[in-house]
Design a protein. Sequence first.
Length: 594
Amino acid sequence: MAAHLGRRLRKGATTTAVAAAAVAALSASQAPGVTPVVGEGTAGDGTASGAADSTATGDSPYYTDLPPLNSPHPVKPGETEAASIGTGTAEAGIPATVLAAYKKAEQHVKGVKPSCNLPWQLLAGIGKVESGQARGGRVDANGTTLAPILGPVLDGNGFANIPDTDDGAYDSDSRYDRAVGPMQFIPSTWASWGQDANGDGRKDPNNIYDAAQAAGMYLCANNRDLAVKADLDRAILSYNRSQEYLRTVLSWFEFYKRGTHQVPDGAGVQPVDRSDSRTGSGGGRNNSGTTPTPTPRPSTGTPTPTPAPASTPTPTSTSSPSKPAPTPTPTPTPTPDASQSFEPPSRPTPSPTPDPTPTLPTAPADRVHQLQDAGTGALTAPAGTEFAERPVAVARDAWDNAVAQVTVRFEIVGDTDARFADGRSAVTVTTGVDGTATAPALRAGERTGQFTVRATVPQRETLEPLTYTAAVTTGQADTLARTGEAAAPTAAPEGEFAEQLTVKATRKGAAVAGTTLTATMVVDTEDGTLRPNTEGPFFKDEQGDPIRTLTGLETDADGVLQLPKMYADGRTGTFLLRLTAEGGATLVVELEVA
């Protein structure tokens, strides 16, 4: 990284002194990313704290390349963004599909969480640092990466220790988790925050649309307002708890805010160096799309500066404020390479020092200060079907850090026959490494209406419960059948049908209560289709006038519906009545007038 960045500065015809001053200004001024945030992933001195795996990425490695010092080419007044494609600084170019995904995610979050004030440039900054904008935009037309983007095996060997949580479904590793996709979510976090942003019916961390929207929702958790500096810092640190990471992301964020341009997919500039260069292009993320087995990262010592010609200026200490421990001043000969002052140092192995909040009890449950909703969607389902969404809670301590290994109880409360998929009305779930607990799937009963799912920590009786409102709507039938006699109802011309038709709606053999039906008198046409009939048998409206279509009919608690009386006009013959239930079930009944 150091040599590469040094080369880039020299190629830009910027003197070493000017370059050093510019980077020092970025690192030491009040520019975003410098002020440490206390209370979320940091100790009072701004250093990383807590478990290394309680973040979106599991604190996996990341690119440490910084943006160029030259401002990118902005879109000029009156010029469309398309007109600026391929112009300006190469690093300011964002691949077309990736850029579209960031902007789509911004619009989605603006609709569901307007108070968050999420700018798409923040997603671009994180995407740059996490995957080099999906490896320079190597995605297909739907936004899915052409090859997997996987972080290192999180086996505690120089990284966090996160045993497998997805049975290898996302990361192809059934022993340990790995960060996955262009936004580098660990599987357990994706299980809670995954999105289907491109509408293909899947929540895929390898899809830039899904991943960008999930990142936006994740950054906006806990009612954050990203227009507020402290909330912005907390959001980024919740993604990867490293002050170096915070500074690097914010550097790109500010860079992209000054202007960007669109480039073709696959043509984006990829970072060259990583904070750890053990595999692939470094950082344990292999740009070839393979899944190498990383070797242990050395866990001791601060990187030794690379010797350089004596004429190179000696860097100042303000350019690398996030080093884990003070490094003795190097001897005058040889003088350290000036580029070392511009490179954020490699992240240290997590320190075995005590939790920076020693006043909290050590038992996980005792540390829980509150339960928060972790982005649960609308809990609504038709009667007798499974809810698409599941209640998800996150346990947090008084410093707003996630608390793992906490038992959370989910209980169904209210006048309802809805149950969890295994038939129970209450279940317990243990929070994962990111502090989240996801309830089993809910299944709606036949009783419509609202009920409550309540989440509590059993060991903390005084903790305020977290509640979710769920609703069971009208059921959907797959079968309609007549009850009683099977013969065709009959009537004389200008007379009344003696039988009132009764039908039953079922789904997989079980009665469907509250499903709506439509009854229409129809005629069979020559091409075999049925169209509404304007003559023959009819119902009567409230004024007693003939009507041949009835809507809003509803089955009772047993799934049964008795139709109103039917009447015949002066025509004779065989006529048809079609009944259609919500969900698509259809029944056609013959009516005889003779």
